[in-house]
Design a protein around this ligand. Structure first.
Ligand SMILES: N[C@@H](CCC(=O)N[C@@H](CS)C(=O)NCC(=O)O)C(=O)O
Length: 201
């Protein structure tokens, strides 16, 4: 199977990390979705990454659905199969933060076609999304004890993805709270290939 992804997309990182945790045999094709590459537009009318092409030609899109497929590919005793509402709750919090961060980046692209121009950030909706990231980080910090260092499931992968995407897109942001417990957890969690080999760049 082949995963179409970009080096920056947190959605694509989630799909990739889950497939790695599942032990899937995977080919990865890096592309820029905004450049409308043929390899992507041919298979996904939404023109977004992640897009997963299965060996029989079936196309899977949307990070959470690819994550769900990764679970079905994982061994019967895989940690990915544990269904803990606490994990889903943490995953939802982290996914909301990823959506908020991408929303602001898309807003910048719509208003200036340049991700580095921050004019959109003063829009009330951008402020609302920024609050979602800051409060989300604070809430996750309080729940850091629920994150495993040994087995990275959906919750752990999304939290790492969210923190590192926020720091990648909003470096040294004054609104970002200190998260020492999450930082400590993340240092250890980064030893796993699913996170180590998918760092945004
Ligand atoms: N809901 C989708 C979002 C995917 C998404 O927005 N991907 C972005 C990269 S972060 C993209 O491909 N953007 C190109 C576009 O919007 O045309 C998912 O969960 O996979």
């Amino acid at each position: 199977m082949k995963l179409l992804k970009s080096t920056t997309s947190p959605f694509a990182r989630l799909a990739h990390a889950m497939l790695i945790e599942a032990g899937a045999t995977l080919q990865v094709e890096l592309l820029n979705p905004w450049a409308d590459p043929d390899a992507l537009t041919r298979v996904n009318p939404a023109r977004r990454v992640p897009t997963l092409i299965l060996d029989d030609g079936t196309i899977l899109t949307e990070a959470m659905l690819i994550a769900r497929h990764a679970v079905t590919l994982s061994p019967a005793d895989s940690h990915l199969r544990a269904e803990d509402p606490q994990q889903l709750s943490i995953a939802g919090l982290g996914f909301g933060m990823i959506e908020a961060a991408v929303y602001i980046m898309t807003g910048r692209k719509i208003t200036s076609d340049d991700l580095a121009i921050t004019e959109f950030d003063s829009h009330p909706v951008a402020k609302r999304r920024r609050r979602a990231m800051a409060e989300g980080l604070t809430q996750l910090e309080a729940r850091a004890d629920h994150l495993s260092r040994e087995c990275l499931g959906l919750g752990e992968l999304i939290v790492a993805d969210a923190i590192q995407y926020i720091d990648f897109r909003f470096p040294r942001a004054e609104w970002r709270p200190a998260i020492p417990r999450l930082d400590g957890w993340l240092r250890d969690a980064m030893a796993h290939p699913s996170l180590r080999d998918t760092v945004p760049s």
